[in-house]
Ligand binder design. Structure first.
Ligand code: PLP
Length: 496
């Protein structure tokens, strides 16, 4: 298979440089390292030409420590930092901290910067629109960027055509709109959602979320009428069954038990589902799961709301994760990767479903023109090379991690699609006892060695890098992870 010419650095290439993939790689690095505020003497220093993490000051360095102290005094500490990375700048797949350390970013700012940090085409689109006008409010006025993006989403979204979009600013808002639209359209009060789901933290979305108790603690009463049923987690089957002999019991039980005894079908507005659970632990359901779920929704006149906030925009190697299973939802929620880092949420539905009248749902900032232009540039880059790159490099990453799993006792399961990958850490592969402190130690040590990772679920390492990464980036990440796993395993198992 040939390597796609990933459109991540060509605008940065000097005219004399050849146009092969590795040169583009080098060019990205040179650009990343060049600080135009530096003196000519400093700029003449030899430049590193490989994208490798460089830790010069053990993090957190003095600058980072000072910023963290200031943060602790002034910012809400309800957020979830797991290591003290204080970012100075970022380009492509690399992030530099305020002490001059450079990290390989396998978080993409929580699965957001699909096109890499500050992709020049996205930056150009943002600058161009900011120079025209920054805000006018798409709720009360019209402008081309918002309409063009809605047309673009209507053509690519996996819903029935013609489609309409409601724009907002985040994933939770996109889900909030989906929740309200489903009630509005069906006039039914109830929702079916899944255990382990994450749909956001505003009251409606939080009512659908069932990932971690801390996210719901002290916030009740939530929006009533949501029933959470077990998700298709084959590594830890909630029914103690094994795929495929289970016959997808987790869906059958919705029809045979839940709809018969707990949630009357004719009262259910929608089934709400992530095609792959992200925050819940990168849980990939078996291929029959979503089509069967869509079948139940159709059978009973319920809508199918698919939350593609994390899985959408090329992340899994298709534009939308449901495209892997040919499922057509009634409503799709998008955010995260849609605008390469500018805040945007989008709720897309068939026009026949999104038929609410003026005033029924609106906001001030949704469909911001600068974010819309960033999204149009992002979609163009995704369609040109990045979705294919996510598919190809994602398959390579998964294979490398599975290989790593064979050598490390702490690795219980490796799973994912495209560049959405999870490693479930266990103390013992037979009991599957969760290795929670060990997972945390692995993420912390990888950070100290220059690899940025995230956690999810209780004991899962999440890898959601920018979709521009190369196999070489994967090799660097896997090498660091390999060394860290050995180190943490030595500590864990020598104590027994
Ligand atoms: N839905 C899913 C699947 C998510 O992963 C997230 C965030 O992680 C959200 C919704 C909420 O998005 P936001 O944090 O932008 O509100």
């Amino acid at each position: 298979m040939s390597v796609p010419q990933v459109d991540r650095a060509s605008p940065l290439r000097a005219p004399h440089q050849p146009s092969d993939f590795n040169s583009a790689y080098v060019a990205a690095k040179v650009h990343f390292l060049s600080d135009h505020s530096e003196s000519p003497a400093r700029r003449r220093r030899p430049r590193v030409t490989r994208q490798l993490p460089v830790i010069t000051t053990r993090p957190p360095g003095p600058e980072a420590k000072a910023w963290v102290r200031r943060d602790e005094h002034t910012l809400s500490q309800s957020v979830t930092r797991i290591y003290p990375l204080v970012v100075k700048r970022a380009r492509g797949v690399m992030v530099e901290d305020v002490d001059g350390n450079r990290y390989l970013d396998f978080t993409a700012g929580i699965a957001v910067v699909t096109t890499g940090h500050a992709h020049p085409k996205v930056v150009r689109a943002i600058r161009r629109q900011a120079g025209r006008f920054i805000h006018m409010s798409g709720t009360d006025f019209y402008y081309p960027a918002q309409i063009t993006l809605a047309e673009q989403l209507a053509s690519i979204a996996p819903v029935r055509k013609p489609a309409r979009t409601f724009f907002s600013n985040s994933g939770t808002e996109a889900m909030e709109a989906a929740f309200k639209l489903a009630r509005y359209r069906t006039k039914r009060p109830l929702m079916i959602a899944f255990q382990g789901a994450f749909h956001g933290r505003t009251m409606g979305a939080l009512s659908l979320t069932a990932s971690k108790a801390v996210q719901r603690r002290h916030f009740s009463p939530l929006v009533p009428g949501v029933t959470h049923v077990p998700y298709a987690n084959c590594y830890r089957c909630p029914y103690g069954l094994a795929y495929p002999s289970c016959n997808i019991h987790c869906v059958e039980v919705i029809r045979d038990v839940f709809l018969k005894s707990i949630v009357p079908a004719e009262d259910v507005a929608a089934i709400v589902v992530e095609p792959i659970q992200g925050e819940g632990g990168v849980v990939v359901p078996p291929p029959e799961f979503l089509p069967k779920l869509a079948g139940i929704a159709k059978e009973h006149g319920m809508l199918l709301i698919v939350d593609e906030v994390q899985t959408g925009m090329g992340r899994t190697g298709k534009m939308f994760a449901v495209d892997h299973w040919n499922v057509k939802p009634d409503i799709v929620a998008l955010a995260k990767g849609i605008a390469s880092g500018l805040p945007m949420g989008a709720t897309v539905a068939s026009a026949e479903v999104m038929n609410w009248g003026p005033g029924s749902h609106a906001n001030t900032f949704g469909g911001n023109p600068v974010a819309c232009e960033a999204a149009l540039a992002t979609i163009d880059l995704l369609q040109r090379t990045l979705i294919e790159n996510a598919r190809m490099v994602g398959a390579y990453l998964l294979a490398e991690l599975k290989d790593l799993g064979k050598r490390h006792r702490l690795v219980g399961d490796v799973r994912g699609k495209g560049l959405m990958t999870g490693i479930e850490c266990v103390k013992d592969p037979n009991t599957k006892a969760m290795a929670v402190p060990e997972r945390n130690a692995i993420i912390q040590r990888c950070f100290e060695k220059g690899l940025l990772l995230l956690g999810c679920g209780q004991n899962v390492i999440r890898m959601v890098p920018p979709l521009i990464i190369s196999k070489r980036d994967v090799d660097v990440a896997v090498e660091i992870l390999d060394a860290v796993l050995s180190e943490v395993e030595r500590r864990t198992f020598s104590n027994r």
